[in-house]
Write a protein that binds this ligand. Structure first.
Ligand code: SAM
Length: 239
């Protein structure tokens, strides 16, 4: 999968993609990340990419032309169809379902705003969707783009050593993940639940499901669609 990051600080997002699972995925050729700076497409000695907002008020707005010229080059750099996403606090909330949807595209262009944001005409003409990483305002879209990049990249085939682990993560089946334990079995902070040492796979799966249900009910009841729970799930939740 190919990622193109349009940002005044493209190296920042590229750096975020250099570590851990995403970094390894890059080394394995599972994904590639390309940074593009609209300033390289700005004209004049000062290479201005922003200007004052019409109507007055504080802050600056990213101008259409440097972004348009930049995006034209981004599109031309690869023949695969690009989905253009503007990172924006006004966008649709990023969820695991949305991450899966984005992961199915061969190519994502992530546009990072700065200042008060981007001239609305550019957004209307060139952007396929806007995505928010939460109900708060960042000073720029780079961190948000890094979040999308990380979440999408780890779902690419070959990115994780064990693809099964992504399927078992929180939100994948609508629930939070169960708790995890590793060595030592006994510790001053507590012991590993005996069922996990039993070797009984059916009982372990049942325990994990029960933990997931219980945690979701306690921590994120908004995620629990009780009507979608099986009879067995209901029994686990009540038990
Ligand atoms: N004036 C804008 C508003 O209130 O909707 C906020 C602009 S913000 C200071 C600058 C840039 O940060 C935005 O253009 C966007 O790219 C990015 N950004 C800020 N908060 C974000 C969020 N929650 N999710 C995604 N991107 C965000």
């Amino acid at each position: 999968m190919r990622f193109d990051i349009i940002s005044l600080f493209p190296e920042f997002v590229a750096q975020c993609a250099a570590f851990g699972v995403v970094g390894r995925a890059g080394e394995r050729g599972v994904l590639s990340v390309h940074g593009w700076n609209p300033r390289d497409y700005a004209e004049g000695n000062y290479r201005r990419v922003d200007d004052r907002p019409f109507g007055g008020g504080p802050g600056m707005v990213m101008m259409i032309e440097p972004l348009r010229a930049c995006l034209a080059d981004v599109r031309a750099a690869d023949p695969s169809p690009a989905r253009v996403v503007y990172m924006s606090p006004q966008g649709a909330p990023l969820t695991q379902a949305k991450v899966r949807e984005l992961a199915a595209h061969p190519r994502l262009v992530l546009l990072c705003g700065r200042y008060e944001g981007v001239d609305e005409r550019f957004l209307q003409a060139e952007v396929d969707e806007e995505i928010s990483i939460g109900d708060y305002v960042l000073s720029g879209g780079e961190l948000a783009a890094a979040v999308v990049l990380d979440a999408v990249a780890r779902l690419q085939e070959g990115a994780l050593n064990d693809a099964e682990s992504a399927v078992q993560d929180s939100f994948e089946d609508g629930l939070l993940d169960c708790p995890h334990y590793t060595r030592p079995v006994e510790h001053a902070l507590g012991n590993v639940p005996p069922v996990l040492l039993s070797g009984n796979h059916a009982e372990i799966a049942k325990w994990r499901r029960q933990q997931s249900l219980g945690r979701t009910w306690l921590r994120r009841p908004d995620l629990l669609d009780e009507s979608a729970l099986s009879k067995a799930d209901r029994r686990l939740l009540e038990g």
